[in-house]
Design a protein around this ligand. Structure first.
Ligand code: TRH
Length: 380
């Protein structure tokens, strides 16, 4: 097939912001960097509105940042399918639309964009077809990932150059902190972003920061971790703009911001606590040491995913630094001893920061958007 000109992306929001976060990033890259005509079908415009404040959640059809956004309702009126069709995270593309894809000439290329995992089996499943039981049409499994044999990661054009410029420009950073109403940094201060879920290790970590020898400024986006942090300071709730201080710990509660603004936060902080899928990738693009709170699943499979990324990411690090990452990630994901793990992690900060930059450069060679286009060009 020739290079696709149009792309439909279907996104069913399960919970949180990962699904819509990935789809929105992909849609903008396909439209604004690759020049495709992109339609994004989203079943929950309210969640989407958190990431994209200019969205009008009452509209069925609108254009936002070069992407046509459609409210995906239960009653789906069939439209002419696009050249490339991406169902995100195993969402069910409407039956009538699938039939239209099969009878189109040439047929649409249909992909299911899978969840991100660093596990070995991903390479073997990437790009496998799944023939439709009754229609002359296959769906292909497309796996993002961290190695050359996977679909790679979403990375905006020029992002690492912009990151490097920001991270080497002290006045741009000072201006950024000022915009957040933060005082200028003092010598020895550590700035940490904290995006996560409810966490049993939270109280122990906050206490370690409070009684530690270094001033820690914690930037806390509003959301699921907020009530626990508020409770540490003896308050029942919190909101963006709140500042709490005790001992050597100062917490600034931040509003949930657009994705580009969140990137700036990750670039500006010394250490980033991230979660889920997309923020974890963004922390890797930030190049700074990070701690991943993986999305917990009751069968415990998330711990295998955590371990798989941990192994890839720490390969080539000196033993002490690799162990520090392992202990910190495990203690933050249901393990024990977060206070000690934090001390060991912070002792490796310089080594991990150097490693993070090299790691991001290596990952940047494998672009998910380009791989998707290349695959659809090769697929009949
Ligand atoms: O919101 P999440 O917990 O999403 C998760 C994961 O994707 C997981 O894989 C999935 O199974 C589960 O939901 C249902 O974490 P994630 O993936 O990091 O998504 C958060 C998004 O929010 C990401 O795109 C970054 C963005 N973000 C902002 O745009 N502004 C902000 O201020 C913050 C804190 C985040």
């Amino acid at each position: 097939m020739a290079r696709p000109n149009s792309c439909d992306i279907f996104c069913a929001v399960v919970d949180n912001y990962g699904d819509i976060g990935v789809c929105w990033r992909l849609a903008r890259q396909m439209a604004n960097e690759q020049g495709l005509q992109v339609r994004m079908w989203v079943d929950d415009l309210r969640s989407f509105g958190k990431l994209c404040p200019e969205l009008d959640v009452t509209l069925e059809v609108q254009t936002c940042r070069g992407v046509e956004v459609r409210h995906w309702c239960k009653t789906f009126t069939v439209v002419e399918p696009a050249d490339l069709v991406i169902g995100a995270f195993a969402c069910e593309v409407p039956k009538s639309y699938v039939e239209a894809m099969a009878s189109r000439h040439p047929k649409s290329v249909w992909l299911n964009l899978e969840y991100l995992s660093a596990e070995d089996w991903v390479e073997g499943c990437h790009q496998l077809p799944s023939p439709h039981p009754s229609l002359p049409l296959s769906k292909y499994f497309f796996f993002p990932g961290f190695t050359d044999k996977t679909g790679g990661l979403l990375l905006e054009r020029g992002l690492l150059v912009r990151r490097d410029a920001f991270q080497s420009d002290a006045s741009a950073q000072a201006e950024y902190w000022q915009c957040l109403s933060l005082p200028p940094r003092v010598a020895g201060e550590l700035r940490v972003s904290l995006f996560g879920y409810e966490n049993e290790a939270m109280e122990a970590l906050l206490s370690a920061w409070e009684y530690g020898s270094q001033l820690v400024t914690c930037l806390l986006p509003e959301g699921r971790a907020l009530p626990q942090v508020a409770a540490h300071f003896g308050v029942t709730s919190g909101k963006a703009g709140d500042v709490w201080q005790r001992g050597n710990l100062r917490v600034h509660v931040l509003p949930f911001v657009e994705q580009e603004q969140y990137d700036l936060l990750l670039w500006a902080c010394d250490i980033n606590f991230v979660r889920g899928e997309d923020s974890c990738v963004r922390a890797q693009w930030a190049g700074r040491p990070f701690i991943w709170h993986i999305y917990p699943q009751h069968d415990g499979v998330h711990l295998e995913k955590l371990e798989a990324l941990r192994q890839l990411y720490t390969a080539g690090l000196p033993d002490e630094a690799a162990l520090a990452v392992q202990n910190m990630w495990l203690s933050w994901n249901g393990g024990q001893g977060v206070a000690t793990a934090w001390q060991d992690f912070i002792a490796q900060r310089v080594c991990l920061a150097r490693h993070g930059v090299g790691w991001s450069q290596r990952l940047s060679k494998n672009s998910l958007a380009l791989n998707l286009l290349d695959f659809s060009r090769r697929t009949e």
